[in-house]
Design a protein around this ligand. Structure first.
Ligand code: CFM
Length: 543
């Protein structure tokens, strides 16, 4: 295996690598693809082409719209039955493979460890599946007595024209619980991103605002875009509790649909994963006047920054003091572990290709250990996630995006909070930033390679060129990358690890990286086919 290159004096210009990658594609494809592969310069604004259809025939990392709606946004909510209308295969990967966890209080409902499907058959495709769907809703209600049921459309539902919304309305009237449908057929958008938007719309339309619960805390917040993978939300919840921040609802890690019903009584929305949930944040501001800020609890430094931001927002001296006390105490623990691990992993190189937010957030965690990110990209993010929200007005709406309903939201006079609007204006005049997402590219090194919707061929070339010490992606990539002699850390499910949020999570991550990186084992292995002769078989057919 060739020696790893020395990048201590800056990253090499990857122009030759990009050319080699593109050479493999037909000219028309290469012309399009080059727009999704950007050689980064944090000082220069560069446009990246994203949120467009994957080229057919390419091995993409992406998932489908149904995955984004059912699995990602609604999946972690425990007291709603998420019923999949479709063939059973569509449910296989929706069954907790994402490792979203939940803590059920005594006597509380928890349906997330079940898989609900109408198990559509050929017969339903030919004659229609609405009757079967109604039966399934009745059956689920009789057995589990849920307070809400969501119905999720898979590809065939859209193709045959089953109307899940009218079934939902009928069943709501019949059973007297909240039932609503999602037109989130897998093909509806170019990726799971469309499913996020559809889920946001559905939850906003059918759930948020149903319960005007009295205030229970002095400082009430919602956390948006945190999905409690590997217990991440538990860390954040504990931190908030200690800081005196009342978390009303999380969309949707460790959450209940009941809590989303009164989420409009919050004083602030915090957005963790901007890609999957900015829509609800925007709509809640429109309708109720609740401002939102971007936060991240991935990385000890990011956690400090986010905690201070919340304390600054509320402007309460007691909370500020408490936050500083927590930070001082926890950072001492973080520093102790970091100082012993950092010298062993510093200077290593990482790559990450995940989703729509983690490829950015996790660069902070690696950065704390002195590990540089040489190349990164999202699977399905939009330009604002790469280049920052400032580019939103320049994003062109294409036919695929038009496919997704854009809700018209107006002010809810009875629940609108002019006090929050005033607070926001005052804070803004003092330099406090709201809706403040600057995107991933300004945070990345010069000459790092930013690639959207990376594919298998490109992955191989990247590994060859950079020889990274760790590659972060998902289960589909894991073993292929490891066979190339590079350890892979799953940043979707965390393999079997986590939590990685807040201070305790940062420590977990440092320890995990030491385990993965401070070993030479990966450099010693070679794929068997490189050293052993090929196995050749023969077959005799007798007539
Ligand atoms: Fe948001 Fe996510 Fe992500 Fe995402 Fe996802 Fe996920 Fe992800 Mo996998 S909501 S965009 S659709 S942070 S499931 S919890 S890890 S691809 S980077």
């Amino acid at each position: 295996m060739p020696k790893r290159r020395d990048f201590t004096n800056g990253l090499p210009d990857p122009i030759a690598l990009r050319e080699e990658i593109l050479k493999k594609y037909p000219a028309k494809i290469a012309k399009k693809r080059i727009k999704g592969i950007v050689i980064n310069d944090p000082e220069v604004d560069q446009e990246i082409m994203v949120n467009v259809r994957t080229i057919p025939g390419i091995i993409t990392q992406r998932g489908c719209t149904y995955a984004g709606c059912k699995g990602v946004v609604l999946g972690p909510t425990r007291d709603i039955i998420n019923l999949v209308h479709g063939p059973i295969g569509c449910s296989f990967y929706a069954w907790l493979t994402r490792r979203n966890q939940t803590r059920v209080p005594e006597g509380g409902d928890n349906f997330i460890n079940y898989c609900y499907s109408t198990d559509m058959q050929d017969e339903n495709i030919v004659f229609g599946g609405e009757a079967k769907l109604k039966e399934a809703v009745r059956e689920a209600f009789e057995i589990f007595k849920p307070k809400a049921i969501g119905i999720f459309s898979t590809c065939p539902v859209g193709l045959i024209g089953d109307d899940v919304h009218s079934v939902a309305r009928d069943m709501k009237a019949e059973l007297g619980i909240n039932i609503f449908g999602f037109s989130c057929e897998g093909y509806r958008g170019v990726s799971q991103s469309a499913g996020h938007h559809i889920a946001n719309n559905g939850v906003f339309k059918h759930v948020v605002g149903l319960n005007d619960r009295e205030r229970v805390g002095k400082f009430q917040v919602n956390l948006l875009g945190e999905y409690n993978i590997g217990g991440d939300a538990f860390e954040i919840e504990a931190l908030f509790e200690e800081a005196g921040i009342t978390l009303l609802s999380t969309f949707s890690g460790n959450s209940t649909i009941k809590s989303m019903e009164y989420s409009h009584t919050a004083d602030l929305n915090m957005v963790m994963c901007h890609r999957s949930i900015n829509y609800i944040a925007e709509m809640m501001e429109e309708k109720y006047g609740i401002p939102w800020v971007k936060v991240s609890f991935v990385g000890a430094e990011a956690t400090c920054k986010s905690l201070r931001k919340i304390a600054d927002y509320f402007g309460d001296a007691g909370m500020k003091a408490k936050v500083e006390e927590i930070i001082a105490r926890e950072m001492a623990k973080v520093e102790a572990v970091k100082s012993s691990i950092k010298p062993r992993v510093e200077g290593k190189l990482a790559m990450m290709f995940v989703g729509g937010s983690r490829a950015h957030h996790y660069q902070d965690l690696f950065g704390e250990l002195g590990i540089r990110t040489v190349s990164a990209g999202y699977e399905f993010a939009h330009r604002d996630d790469y280049e920052g929200r400032k580019v939103i007005p320049t994003i062109k709406i294409d036919a695929d995006t038009r496919n997704i309903e854009e809700l018209t939201v107006s002010k809810d006079e009875a629940h609108f909070r002019p006090d929050l609007v005033e607070k926001k204006a005052e804070l803004e005049s003092n330099g406090f930033a709201f809706k403040d997402y600057d995107g991933m590219m300004p945070d990345m090194l010069k000459n790092s390679l930013v690639i959207d919707d990376v594919n298998h061929w490109e992955t191989e070339k990247l590994i060859e060129f950079y020889k990274p010490d760790v590659f972060c992606a998902g289960i589909k990539e894991k073993y292929v990358v490891q066979k190339a002699g590079v350890p892979l850390k799953q940043l979707h499910s965390y393999d079997y690890g986590g939590p990685y949020t807040c201070f305790g999570g940062a420590i977990n991550f440092y320890v995990e990286m030491e385990r993965m990186l401070a070993t030479n084992i990966w450099k010693m292995i070679d794929a068997p086919w490189k050293n052993e002769s090929e196995l050749v078989g023969s077959m005799t057919i007798e007539y």
